[in-house]
Ligand binder design. Sequence first.
Ligand SMILES: CC(C)(COP(=O)(O)OP(=O)(O)OC[C@H]1O[C@@H](n2cnc3c(N)ncnc32)[C@H](O)[C@@H]1OP(=O)(O)O)[C@@H](O)C(=O)NCCC(=O)NCCSC(=O)c1cc(O)c2ccccc2c1O
Length: 279
Amino acid sequence: MNWTKVREFEEIVYEKLEGEGIARVTINRPHRRNAFTPDTVAEMIAAFTDAREDPSVGVVLLTGANPQTDGKYAFCAGGDQKIRGHQAGGYQGKDGVPRLNVLDLQKLIRSMPKVVIALVAGYAIGGGHVLHVVCDLTIAADNAVFGQTGPRVGSFDGGFGSSYLARIVGQKKAREIWYLCRQYNAQQALDMGLVNEVVPVGQLQEEGVKWAREIMQHSPLAIRLLKSAFNADVDGQQGLQELAGNATLLYYLTEQGDEGRRAYVEKRAPDFRKFPWLP
Ligand SMILES: CC(C)(COP(=O)(O)OP(=O)(O)OC[C@H]1O[C@@H](n2cnc3c(N)ncnc32)[C@H](O)[C@@H]1OP(=O)(O)O)[C@@H](O)C(=O)NCCC(=O)NCCSC(=O)c1cc(O)c2ccccc2c1O
């Protein structure tokens, strides 16, 4: 497949499949099971922002560099515990400032009007598990392992990582996942509705592209509106803002919406009488 690097990053790889509208973000810290630092997250935010702003991109694949240095696999093992500051308010990257900027990345993935598909091989653990949860779809390799570790390592994600997880797998299962910190294999994840499909690990990337190509055949506006409608059901005023923003976008595309703008620019009264009050 003809993947082209969009630009150089240090802790991720960001590519596009030329002429297909598909982008891929790969977390590239295999010596730490692809655990993220604030710098990894800042790079991911930059890549996802590029994909969001590029009108030719409709689908973004999120994955981890594999196999790892010891031959094992990981999607992402969450925040890098070795740089989580001592009694500090977050993870410390190159500038030494403690932050939890993965929360900004979660919001971006969730609200961007493109489809984000997590391709999970090996461990999706802690904050890495939450990353796949906030993606629109998840395809798992048959060696995938899912779980939260927060209460064991002195952390928790009470946002999308717990409340949205409960919307996906149900309250009882979500509480089990967080309170017991167990690990679940790909089949168990499929059974609880946590992933969309399980494929052999060697086919994971191809399968992701296959799903992306199918999505790319469909209407961008319909998918944009569906994503914001799914979010609006769960995300309160933020979700309504996304849905309403799309209503405004559509209104701007109409003659009626344009009449108000034109009248202002032409310094005349708008004529809305020609438009029907539909039932
Ligand atoms: C993922 C594992 C289950 C894999 O186990 P395995 O035995 O295969 O591998 P090793 O344990 O030997 O790991 C190999 C190598 O990688 C290092 N490593 C792995 N994960 C991390 C990590 N998260 N941070 C730092 N380093 C990591 C490991 O130390 C080894 O290197 P050595 O040089 O030491 O040999 C297992 O690795 C594992 O359980 N990892 C920890 C998973 C974890 O607890 N993650 C953090 C959860 S908390 C979190 O992610 C989090 C982040 C946020 O930003 C939040 C923001 C807001 C709210 C909440 C947040 C949050 O909870």
